[in-house]
Design a protein around this ligand. Structure first.
Ligand code: DAH
Length: 338
């Protein structure tokens, strides 16, 4: 009889010892099956109860129940402890400092476009857009571009097989806007342009312009100059002087090029402005009467000016960027600076 009591005590000690070695959930389950399961040790021992002498049966019964309870408790404790470790692994430690999310920010080209557009909006211009894939009519013909103008050449402009092209300038937006509305017109049109240039420090095959168009009655070159002067002051500060130089564009007459006094040297002359004291920023001029006629506006009634600003040029001056290609390489070490 004592052997049954001993076996019960021994089984409690065995479970305790084995839990000390391994209390993983798998080990606990294995012990449960071995000791408490249907074919386990304790049910087997309970069958031996039948051969216990009647006067000892009560004590052995108590010992049996307390042993089983002890084993159950040990297994349950081990299970609880394992569960707590697991829960901790998956839980959030609210006392840790938060991690900063890397939110990103605008590209310097976008910053520059937004700043320019906002400046023109304050002067009463609204934003217009046109397609990057254009037809020859809007990109060249309607803009009064002669058939032999070099910009039409396949070596200068990207053509598709069907004759359409990647716009080489934002000027076709002028035509699309005038075709779609009656004067007066006061728009700026920011966007991408494409040319077959070999990339170098100041040229890329795609770049950005902001086109401007102002059509009303009695518009003069003085109006153009005041808008461009104001733009320069607003965006680069009042130390900037502007200069208009005679030039040629097919869609304006007279045409000018619009220069800023050099931001680097203040106009004294330096390598950036090639000692001229000025940097070219845009083309501009009074809209050619032929262009107005092409869209059905009467040039005897309406007149206006147009301009096309180079965004990359402005961004490079603003941020002192020496090579245009940095703007397109998507190198975060460069982009994080803005
Ligand atoms: N489209 C011209 C270019 O890409 C720039 C330009 C010049 C735009 C004169 C104009 C303008 O609107 O009036 O070189």
């Amino acid at each position: 009889m004592s052997s049954l009591l001993e076996k019960l005590q021994q089984s409690v000690l065995d479970v305790q010892a084995r839990l000390q070695q391994d209390s993983s959930p798998e080990a606990v389950e294995e012990l449960r099956i071995q000791f408490l399961g249907r074919n386990g040790l304790l049910p087997a021992l309970s069958k031996e109860m039948g051969s216990v002498a009647p006067e000892e049966r009560k004590n052995v019964g108590i010992a049996f129940n307390s042993s089983r309870k002890a084993i159950e408790d040990m297994l349950q404790d081990a299970k609880n402890a394992a569960g707590a470790v697991e829960a901790k692994k998956n839980s959030i430690d609210v006392t840790l400092p938060g991690r900063l999310a890397n939110a990103g920010h605008k590209h310097p080209i976008s910053i520059m476009i937004d700043e320019c557009v906002n400046t023109f909006r304050r002067m009463g211009f609204i934003v217009a857009e046109g397609p990057e894939i254009e037809d020859v009519y809007h990109n060249f013909d309607a803009l009064n571009t002669p058939m032999d103008h070099p910009s039409r050449d396949r070596g200068d402009t990207f053509y598709f097989a069907d004759g359409r092209l990647l716009r080489s300038q934002t000027s076709p937006v002028q035509i699309r806007v005038m075709e779609s509305q009656e004067p007066p017109v006061r728009i700026v049109a920011p966007g991408r342009c494409f040319r077959r240039d070999t990339p170098d420090a100041t040229h890329g095959m795609n770049f950005h312009q902001i086109e401007g168009l102002y059509i009303d009655k009695d518009v003069s070159l003085a109006d153009l100059k005041s808008i461009l002067q104001n733009f320069a002051w607003e965006v680069f500060g009042e130390k900037i002087n502007i200069r208009l130089r005679p030039h040629f564009f097919p869609f304006t007459e007279p045409s000018v090029e619009y220069d800023f006094s050099c931001i680097m040297c203040g106009g004294k002359g330096c390598p950036v402005c090639k000692n001229s004291g000025y940097i070219e920023i845009a083309g501009a001029g009074m809209v050619d009467p032929n262009v107005l006629r092409n869209v059905g506006y009467d040039p005897e009634v309406w007149s206006g000016f147009a301009f096309g600003l180079g965004i990359e040029r402005l961004a490079m001056l603003r941020y002192r960027i020496g090579d245009i290609r940095y703007l397109y390489e998507n190198d975060v070490r460069f982009l994080q600076q803005f």
